[in-house]
Design a protein around this ligand. Structure first.
Ligand code: FAD
Ligand code: PYC
Length: 417
C-alpha cells in the first residue's frame, strides 16, 4: 500500500521525531525460494524487479543487495539523461528509456525530479563537428529530437560559456537534445524500491551473493551471506562487480572495471540551467537543484575496485571546466567521490542470457547507464521472464563478442574511456 502524507501529518511526524513514520519499503527476511532473484539493488536491479512484477506478472521476486539500495553507481552518478546515441540499436534502447523517464514519476508515484533542461555536446574542431553532424542526422532518422547548434546560438543560450574564438579549444558548435536533462538519482532508487515493494517484491539489503548453485547447466539458486536461496531464474545487475560475479558462475565477461569520479561545488544561486558536455576538453557540468555545480570527467585510466580515483583526473576536469566557464575558477569545491564502472569493448551494455540456463547478466553500462535505468529494467525483466531477449536488447547479447557485431558507441558515450 502506498502511503500518502498530508502537510499536517508531515508536521506531526516531524514534531514526534518521526516515531510513526512508515517505512518506504518492508525489511523482510529472505524466503527459501523465489520465482526470480535479482542480484544488485541499484537502479537497474530495482527497475528490473519492478517491471518483473508489474509487466511480467512475477510477484514472488527478491532483490538481493550486498550493501544498501542505491549505494553503488546509482547514488554516485552525475544524473545526465539523454538518448542521442549514434547507432540505431542503442538509440532505440536509450529512447525507450527516455520515454519511460517521461512518465516515471507518475508511474511509480514518486517524484524522481526528472528535469528536461536539455543537454549540449560541444564540438571544438572540424572533426568534432563532422562527428556531431553525423550523430544528429542518425538521431533524427530514428525520431530523436537532436539538433545542430551554432556557436552564436550557444553564446546566447549559455551566457557563461566561453565562446571566444581565441579560446585554447574554441567552440565551433554543438549538438543539442532538448528532451534530455537530469533526474534525482537517489529518488530513482527509492522510488523503484517502494513501487516494487508495493507489488510484493522482497528487497533484502545487507545480503551479499557469494556464489551460484548450478546443476546440469541450470541455475538453481544463490549462496548468500544470509544463507542459500533457491530460484531457477537469476538476473545479475551488479555494475562494477559484474565480471567478479560472472567468474563465480564460470563465465568470463569482456569487461574492465575502472574508477569514474565526480565532484560538486559549494551551492550557488541559479547560474546554469542546462547540461554542457565536452569530449575534447574532457569535462561536463550541470547545476543541481541545491545549487551545487555537478562536475565530472573521463574514467581514471587504470583498473581497480576502489571507489575513489586519482587527483590528476580531478585536476584535469577542473582545468576543462575553467576553460569552458572561466568565471567558475573562484568557486570552491565541496566534495568528490568515485564509483566503479564496467567498461565493455564497444562502450555498450551486455543484457543477455548466458551459457547457464536461467542465469542472465545486465552490465557493461560503463559511464552511461543511469540514463538507461527504466529502459534497462524493462527489457531485462522481459528477457528474464521469457528466457529470450526483447527486440530492443537482442543486439546487446554476449554473442556479439563472438560474431564481431559490435556497436561502437565510444563517441556518443561522451565521457572518455
Ligand atoms: P549500481 O547502482 O552500482 O548497482 C549495483 C549494485 O550491486 C550495487 O548496489 C552493489 O552494492 C550491488 N552488488 C555488487 N555485488 C553484489 C553482490 N555480490 N551481491 C549483492 N549485491 C551486489 N550514467 C549516466 O547515464 N549519466 C551520468 O551522468 C552518469 N554519471 C556517472 C558519474 C559517475 C561518477 C559514475 C561512477 C557513473 C556515472 N554514470 C552515469 C554511470 C551510471 O551511474 C551507471 O551506469 C549506473 O548507475 C549503473 O546502475 P546499476 O544499477 O547497474 O549499478
Ligand atoms: O553518459 O551522459 C553520460 C554521462 C555523463 C557523465 C557521465 N556519463
Amino acid at each position: 500500500m502506498v502511503q500518502r502524507y498530508s502537510a499536517f501529518s508531515l508536521v506531526k511526524n516531524a514534531l514526534s521525531g518521526n516515531q510513526k513514520w512508515q517505512r518506504a519499503w518492508r525489511d523482510p527476511e529472505p524466503k527459501p525460494h523465489y520465482d526470480a532473484i535479482v542480484v544488485g539493488g541499484g537502479g537497474h536491479g530495482l527497475a528490473t524487479a519492478y517491471y518483473l512484477a508489474k509487466e511480467q506478472g512475477l510477484k514472488n521476486v527478491a532483490v538481493l543487495e550486498k550493501g544498501w539500495v542505491g549505494g553503488g553507481n546509482t547514488g554516485r552518478n552525475t544524473t545526465i539523461v539523454r538518448s542521442n546515441y549514434l547507432w540505431t540499436e542503442s538509440s532505440l534502447l536509450y529512447e525507450k528509456a527516455m520515454q519511460l523517464w517521461e512518465g516515471l514519476s507518475a508511474d511509480i508515484n514518486y517524484n524522481v525530479m526528472f528535469s528536461q533542461r536539455g543537454v549540449y555536446n560541444l564540438g571544438h574542431s572540424l572533426q568534432d563537428m563532422r562527428d556531431i553532424e553525423r550523430r544528429v542526422a542518425a538521431n533524427r532518422l530514428n525520431g530523436i529530437d537532436a539538433q545542430m547548434v551554432s556557436a552564436k546560438t550557444l553564446a546566447h543560450a549559455i551566457p557563461g560559456l566561453n565562446t571566444s574564438p581565441s579560446a585554447r579549444y574554441p567552440i565551433l558548435g554543438a549538438s543539442y537534445q532538448p528532451r534530455a536533462g537530469v533526474a534525482r538519482h537517489d529518488a530513482v532508487a527509492w522510488g523503484f524500491a517502494r513501487a516494487a515493494d508495493a507489488l510484493g517484491v522482497d528487497i533484502i539489503q545487507q545480503c551479499e551473493v557469494t556464489g551460484f548453485d548450478i546443476k546440469s547447466g541450470q541455475v538453481t539458486g544463490v549462496q548468500t551471506t544470509r544463507g542459500p536461496i533457491a530460484s531457477n531464474r537469476v538476473g545479475v545487475v551488479t555494475a562494477g562487480h559484474a565480471s567478479v560475479m560472472a567468474e563465480k558462475a564460470g563465465i568470463r565477461l569482456p569487461l574492465e572495471s575502472h574508477p569514474l569520479q565526480a565532484f560538486v561545488s559549494e551551492p550557488l544561486k541559479p547560474v546554469l540551467d542546462t547540461v554542457v558536455m565536452s569530449n575534447a576538453v574532457h569535462g561536463y557540468i550541470s547545476q543541481s537543484d541545491k545549487g551545487e555545480l555537478v562536475i565530472g570527467a573521463g574514467i581514471d585510466g587504470y583498473l581497480g575496485y576502489g571507489q575513489r580515483g586519482s587527483f590528476s583526473t580531478i585536476e584535469h576536469a577542473v582545468q576543462a571546466i575553467v576553460e569552458l566557464f572561466p568565471q567558475f575558477s573562484r568557486v570552491r569545491m565541496l566534495r568528490m567521490w568515485g564509483g566503479i564502472v564496467d567498461v565493455s569493448p564497444d562502450a555498450c551494455p551486455i543484457i543477455s542470457k548466458t551459457p547457464v540456463n536461467g542465469l542472465y547478466f545486465n552490465c557493461g553500462w560503463g559511464t552511461g547507464g543511469f540514463k538507461a535505468t527504466p529502459g534497462s529494467g524493462w527489457v531485462f525483466a522481459h528477457t528474464m521472464a521469457h528466457d529470450k531477449a526483447h527486440a530492443l536488447n537482442e543486439a546487446f547479447s554476449l554473442g556479439r563478442f563472438e560474431s564481431g557485431a559490435l556497436i561502437d558507441e565510444h563517441g556518443a558515450a561522451a565521457v572518455a574511456h
